[in-house]
Design a protein around this ligand. Structure first.
Ligand code: HEM
Length: 482
């Protein structure tokens, strides 16, 4: 057999492997896109996190779909398969990058020189990542020089909650708005070394503008990432929305970057470290700062909202968290707060803001669950599935942080991947964990989060998973409730 015949035979056999994977039927031209059509579709794009679990119940631990005009994607639900995929991701791990962000940025060479660390691939991604990742570790890790300022930001957040609560029943309405402001204040302080004043009773106009732009950006991401890719050929409403949010964010942040570089080049911030290192161009530095602010507000806000929601419904967890925080209230040391960390893990297990990670492998893979998947097919690793499995977690629907203190050694290492895995994992992880731990530790010592009602929280997926409605909580002073 000549090489052409051999290559053709190999292609047919790889297609054949994929054809064996169960999944919803595909329609010529539309693939499985009909499942998400408004009104008639079985699933809703805004409830993709539920739809993906429903597919596992219907088809088993490996499911094939054909997205966007028939391109195959594979859904995985078994942590042994996750392990196999993540161990084979290669030097330049690749996920389905946001092609629409790349298009938007690369068509504007006056502003952007690359698509940025979160949206680049291959050696270009590696070059950007090897500059920013060590700096983020240095600024955000356990020995972060920002701990004192983060404690002050958390104090200001507590004061804002006090000011916003209703004097009669101590209810703060829609706590998401408070935590957007906290997350923006924190990340801008890390990146620019300056306080924006987002936690004042009346936030500055720029803070409101940036938060609104970020909300718009995530709605656009969801539509562009999962909908039909018509944006490749025309300016769809979602693509215009993306453009509006990107340009608003970029212009606003650029003003602060210029100001930080003229007024405070000596400040200890990520921006000044990047400038001092002189390994990225000015345009690349600006894109990096925009990406960190975009990556660090929505995720941290909703993680904090979920965590507070769980704590409000769990007086037992609150008591233990308070005991731990009070015992270590002198110096802040993350390694002395195991219960605090367990609360975050348990929040991610029950309500992960990012419910799955995606990889595209450079080589074919034989999955432990028995299927052979060709290189280049996007693999969605849905870790919500093992996290809800009663075989792995006793009473999986209950918020029990202590399970992570006793059983983390026996829990499968690939069950819970809230920040991703390997060299492409979230570069803001250590900073996010520090920020969340400090905020919760401060807040719990001053206020007692209590439920507003006993309604269950409904969730939607707007690129990441967020509450479908406003979350109100009561925040009486802790001293007053003794
Ligand atoms: C609770 C908060 C956060 C969560 C749950 C979260 C989650 C994630 C996840 C799952 C990924 C994909 C990882 C992978 O594919 O393996 C990611 C990537 C990323 N995150 Fe975060 N993140 C959070 C906070 C932050 C913060 C505070 C920053 C900025 C300081 C940030 C910046 C980034 C960047 C730049 C990437 C792309 C990294 C790359 O492609 O090399 N994230 N994040």
């Amino acid at each position: 057999m000549g090489w052409i015949q051999r290559a053709a035979a190999r292609l047919v056999s790889r297609r054949g492997d994929l054809a064996r994977v169960p999944g919803p039927p595909s329609v010529p031209g539309l693939g499985t896109g009909y499942l998400y059509l408004p009104v008639v579709g079985r699933y809703k794009l805004l409830r993709l996190h539920e739809a993906n679990l429903a597919k596992q119940a219907l088809y088993g631990p490996v499911v094939k779909e054909e997205f966007q005009w028939g391109k195959p994607v594979i859904h995985l639900y078994d942590p042994e398969d996750f392990r196999a995929v993540l161990r084979q991701q290669g030097k330049y791990p690749m996920r389905l990058v946001n092609e629409f962000v790349r298009k938007y940025r690369l068509e504007r060479p006056l502003l952007y020189e690359s698509a940025g660390v979160a949206h680049e691939t291959g050696p270009e991604w590696h070059r950007l990542r090897s500059v920013v990742a060590p700096l983020l570790l240095q600024h955000g890790g356990a020995k972060s020089p920002h701990i004192q300022s983060q404690l002050k930001i958390a104090e200001d957040c507590v004061e804002l909650l006090r000011n916003l609560r209703d004097p009669c029943d101590q209810v703060v309405e829609d706590i998401r708005e408070v935590f957007y402001r906290l997350a923006l204040e924190s990340i801008c302080h890390l990146c620019l070394g300056t306080r924006l004043g987002c936690l004042q009773r009346q936030p500055p106009r720029d803070a409101v503008v940036m938060i609104e732009a970020l909300k718009e950006m995530f709605v656009a991401y969801q539509k562009l990432y999962y909908g039909l890719p018509l944006w490749k050929y025309m300016q769809t409403p979602a693509y215009r929305m993306l453009g509006h949010s990107e340009s608003t964010l970029y212009e606003t942040i650029m003003r602060y970057i210029d100001e930080a570089l003229t007024d405070g080049p000596e400040r200890n911030s990520l921006l000044t470290s990047l400038v001092r290192q002189n390994r990225l161009s000015q345009k690349e530095i600006s894109t990096t700062i925009v990406d960190f602010i975009a990556g660090g507000v929505f995720t941290v806000t909703h993680t904090l909202v979920f965590l507070l929601h769980h704590l409000a419904h769990s007086p037992r967890a609150q008591a233990r968290l308070l005991q731990e925080a009070s015992a270590t209230s002198g110096e802040f040391r993350l390694d002395m707060l195991p219960y605090n960390r367990a609360c975050l893990k348990e929040t991610f297990r029950l309500t992960p803001t990012v419910p799955c990670i995606v990889r595209i492998l450079p080589d074919d893979i034989a999955l432990p669950s028995g299927y052979q998947i060709p290189a280049g097919v996007p693999l969605f690793l849905h870790f919500t599935a093992p996290c809800r499995d009663p075989q792995r977690f006793e009473s999986p629907e209950e918020f029990r942080p202590e399970r992570w203190l006793t059983s983390s050694a026996t829990t499968h290492q690939f069950c819970l991947l809230p920040f991703g895995y390997g060299s492409r994992m979230c570069s803001g992880r250590s900073y996010a964990e520090l920020e969340i731990a400090i905020t919760i530790s401060k807040l719990i010592q001053e206020l007692e989060p209590l439920p507003f009602d006993n309604e269950p929280m409904d969730l939607v997926q707007k690129f990441i998973v967020v509450p479908a409605h406003s979350i109100h909580l009561r925040f009486p002073d802790r001293a007053a409730c003794k």
